[in-house]
Design a protein around this ligand. Structure first.
Ligand SMILES: Cc1ncc(COP(=O)(O)O)c(C=O)c1O
Length: 400
C-alpha cells in the first residue's frame, strides 16, 4: 500500500533538508507575522504595497454596494453566468492595462489555474504541431503544464536560458531550420514580468521583437509586476514601453501586490472566446468568488490612486540594497521587491532562515524543487508597509 512509499519519500525529503511543514499564523500583515504568540517582522509576503493588510474585509464589505454580494459564485461561469461584479473587474483590468477595444478579459480562480488553463487550451490534441518556448526560470504552473502537454504529444517544449535573448533567438532560429519544427504552425514564447524567485526582469522590447520576427506569439505572466511597475501600477509592459497589442496573452494575478486572490487573462476577443470554449480550467471550475472580485476591484483602485505606495516601496528597496552593501552576502541584480540572497546549500539556507526567526525576522528559505538544486536562497520581500527601522533590523540580523 501507499503508506511505506509515502513514509520513505517524506524521510528522503527530511534528510535532504527539503521537508515542508504547515503552520498556523495567528496574525499576518505586510510588516508582521505572529506564530505561537511570537511576533516576527514579515519579510516573506507578496503584499508588496501593503494593500492586503490595509483593505480588510470589514472595510470592503462596509460599502452598501457590496452588502448583498453572494459569498460564492455558485457554479462555473458557463453554467450560471457571471456576476456583474466580474464584468466590472474585467473592465477595470482592461482599462488599467490600456487594452484596445479588440481585447477582452477572462477571470480565473488563481494564477496557477490561469496559466495551466491557457497553455493546455492552446496545446491540445487538435492542435498538436506546436512549439512552446519558455524561460528556464518560469513558474512551476507554466513549466508543469508545458511538460504535461509535451508528454501527451501536444507540443514540443524548449526552454531558453534565463533572460538570455541570444538563447531565445537561437532556439527559435534552430526551430525554423529543423524540419519537424519549421512545419509547426503555432509557436508561443512565455516569460514573466518579474521572476518570482530571482526578482529580475526580462528585457521586453528585444524579447518581443525576436518573438515577432520568428512568427511566434508572446505570453507574459506578470504576477509580480502588476501593481508595482508601470504607470499607476499597470505592470511590466507599460514599465518597459510595450503596447498591450504587442503581447498576445497577458496573465495578471490578484494574490501578490493586488492583495486578493484570483487571476485574469487579457487577450484579443478571439483568443478569449477560444479560451471560453477550450480552457478546461475555466469551464470546469467554480468561478472566482464575487467577494474576491470586489476585493480585487477595491484594491486596484487603491493601487491606482496611491502613488505613494509605489514610491515608498521603491525607496525601501533602494534603502535595503544600499545598506546590504556592507554585508557578507551579495545581492542579485534585482530591483524589484523580491530580493533573494543565494545561499546554495539547502540545509544552510534553512538554518539561516531559522536563525533569523530566533531573532524575530521571518524570511523564507526557498529550496529545490522551487529553485534548482544547490541554488537555495532566502527570498526576502520588501513592502511599502515596512519602516526604515524594520529594514534596519532585517539588515542587522542578516548581516550578523
Ligand atoms: C510567476 C507566477 N505565476 C503564477 C503564480 C500563481 O499564482 P497564484 O498564487 O494566484 O496561483 C505565481 C505564484 O506564486 C507566480 O509567482
Amino acid at each position: 500500500m501507499f503508506e511505506a512509499t509515502l513514509n520513505q519519500r517524506l524521510q528522503q525529503q527530511a534528510c535532504s533538508g527539503l521537508l515542508r511543514t504547515r503552520l498556523i499564523a495567528d496574525e499576518i500583515s505586510a510588516a508582521y507575522l505572529t506564530v505561537d504568540n511570537k511576533q516576527y517582522l514579515n519579510f516573506a509576503s507578496n503584499d508588496y504595497l501593503g494593500i492586503a493588510s490595509d483593505n480588510t474585509v470589514e472595510k470592503l464589505l462596509s460599502s452598501d454596494k457590496h452588502k448583498h454580494l453572494s459569498s460564492g459564485a455558485m457554479a462555473s461561469p458557463l453554467v450560471v453566468g457571471r456576476h456583474k461584479i466580474h464584468q466590472e473587474l474585467e473592465q477595470l483590468l482592461l482599462d488599467w492595462v490600456d487594452a484596445p477595444k479588440s481585447h477582452d478579459c477572462l477571470l480565473f480562480g488563481s494564477g496557477y489555474s490561469a496559466n495551466t488553463g491557457v497553455i493546455s487550451a492552446l496545446f491540445n490534441q487538435k492542435n498538436k504541431d506546436a512549439l512552446l518556448v519558455q524561460d528556464k526560470f518560469n513558474h512551476a504552473s507554466l513549466m508543469d503544464v508545458g511538460r504535461n502537454s509535451q508528454a501527451l504529444g501536444h507540443c514540443r517544449q524548449l526552454r531558453f536560458m534565463h533572460n538570455d535573448l541570444a538563447s531565445l533567438a537561437s532556439i527559435l532560429t534552430k526551430a525554423a531550420h529543423d524540419k519537424s519544427a519549421s512545419e509547426m504552425q503555432n509557436k508561443l514564447v512565455v516569460t514573466e514580468g518579474v521572476f518570482s524567485m530571482d526578482g529580475d526582469q526580462p528585457d521586453l522590447p528585444p524579447l518581443t521583437q525576436i518573438t515577432k520576427a520568428n512568427n511566434a506569439w508572446f505570453m507574459l505572466d506578470d504576477a509580480h509586476g502588476i501593481g508595482v511597475h508601470g504607470n499607476r501600477g499597470c505592470g511590466s509592459l507599460s514599465a518597459q514601453g510595450i503596447a498591450l497589442s504587442d503581447c498576445d496573452i497577458l496573465v495578471i494575478t490578484f494574490g501578490k501586490a493586488i492583495g486578493a486572490q484570483g487571476a485574469a487573462v487579457i487577450a484579443t476577443k478571439q483568443t478569449i472566446e477560444y479560451l471560453t470554449n477550450f480552457s478546461r480550467d475555466y469551464i470546469y471550475s467554480t468561478h472566482l468568488s464575487p467577494t474576491q472580485s470586489a476585493a480585487a476591484i477595491a484594491n486596484i483602485k487603491t493601487i491606482q490612486a496611491d502613488n505613494w505606495r509605489r514610491e515608498k516601496l521603491a525607496e525601501n528597496i533602494e534603502y535595503f540594497k544600499n545598506h546590504m552593501n556592507h554585508s557578507k552576502f551579495t545581492l542579485t541584480n534585482s530591483n524589484s521587491p523580491i530580493q533573494p540572497i543565494i545561499i546554495g546549500d539547502e540545509t544552510k539556507a534553512v538554518q539561516l532562515s531559522e536563525q533569523l526567526k530566533v531573532n524575530g525576522v521571518w524570511a523564507s528559505a526557498m529550496r529545490y524543487p522551487t529553485v534548482a538544486k544547490q541554488q537555495a536562497r532566502l527570498r526576502i520581500t520588501i513592502s511599502a508597509a515596512h519602516s526604515k527601522q524594520q529594514l534596519d533590523q532585517l539588515i542587522k540580523q542578516v548581516s550578523a
